[in-house]
Design a protein around this ligand. Structure first.
Ligand SMILES: [Zn+2]
Length: 207
C-alpha cells in the first residue's frame, strides 16, 4: 500500500496547487517543457532548488546526484547518467543557463574528502567510485584544518564541475559564442544564505 500520509499530501496538492494552476499544467502537457535553467544539485533532502527559487512546474530542469558533481566528459561510459542529463538539457531542450548548486554539511563531500585523504576508496562501491571524481578538487585544497578543508572542498568541487562542463563539446561550442552561461552557487542550509561563484574574481561571493 502506498503510504497514507503521502496520499493525503497528494490530494492536498491536487485540490490546492493543481486546481489553481490547472491551465498552466494543461499548457505544459500540450506544448511540452521549455525550462530556462538546468540545476545540478545534491540528492540531500535538505536542499530543494525548486522550493528555494519558488519555481513552478516546467521552470527548472533538475538533475541530482551525490555531492552535485559533474564528471569530465571523457568519463562518458562510466558516469553516463549525469552526462546524458546534461546533454539532453543543452542539446534537446536548448537550455542556456546551467547552475551547479552545492551546500553546507554535504555528506558526500565529507566522505569523499576522507577517502581522498586516506587514499581509501572501497572496491565494489558505487558511492566510492563516484566520489573519486573529487580527487582533482581535493588536490587544490590549501593547508587548513579538516573542518575548514571540507567546507573548502564543497566550493572547490563546484568550480571543478564548472570547468568540466566547459569542456563538454556541445557546451564548449556555445561558450565560444557566449550563448550559454554556467553558474556555481553554494547554499548554507542553517542560515539560508546563498553564495555565487564569480568567474572573474575566482571566488564565491554572498548574493
Ligand atoms: Zn550533499
Amino acid at each position: 500500500m502506498f503510504p497514507q500520509n503521502l496520499k493525503d499530501k497528494f490530494y492536498e496538492w491536487k485540490n490546492d496547487t493543481f486546481s489553481i494552476k490547472k491551465s498552466h499544467f494543461e499548457k505544459l502537457a500540450k506544448e511540452g517543457q521549455f525550462p530556462k535553467y538546468m540545476i545540478i544539485s545534491c540528492v540531500d533532502s535538505r536542499v530543494d532548488p525548486n522550493s528555494m527559487f519558488k519555481t513552478e512546474a516546467g521552470d527548472f530542469f533538475v538533475h541530482r546526484n551525490i555531492a552535485n558533481l559533474v564528471p569530465p566528459y571523457d568519463y562518458l561510459t562510466e558516469h553516463s547518467g549525469t552526462i546524458a542529463a546534461i546533454e539532453f538539457g543543452v542539446t534537446a531542450l536548448n537550455i542556456k543557463n546551467i547552475v551547479v548548486m552545492g551546500h553546507s554539511g554535504c555528506g558526500g563531500i565529507k566522505n569523499g574528502y576522507l577517502a581522498c585523504k586516506e587514499n581509501k576508496f572501497m572496491e565494489n562501491s558505487s558511492i566510492s567510485n563516484w566520489l573519486q571524481l573529487l580527487k582533482p578538487a581535493y588536490m587544490k585544497l590549501s593547508e587548513k584544518s579538516e573542518k575548514e578543508n571540507i567546507g573548502e572542498l564543497e566550493k572547490l568541487s563546484i568550480v571543478t564541475s564548472l570547468e568540466n562542463l566547459s569542456d563538454y563539446p556541445f557546451i564548449k561550442k556555445e561558450l565560444e559564442t557566449q550563448s550559454i552561461s554556467l553558474y556555481g552557487i553554494w547554499n548554507d542550509i542553517g542560515t539560508g544564505s546563498l553564495e555565487s561563484y564569480c568567474h572573474d574574481k575566482k571566488m564565491f561571493e554572498s548574493l
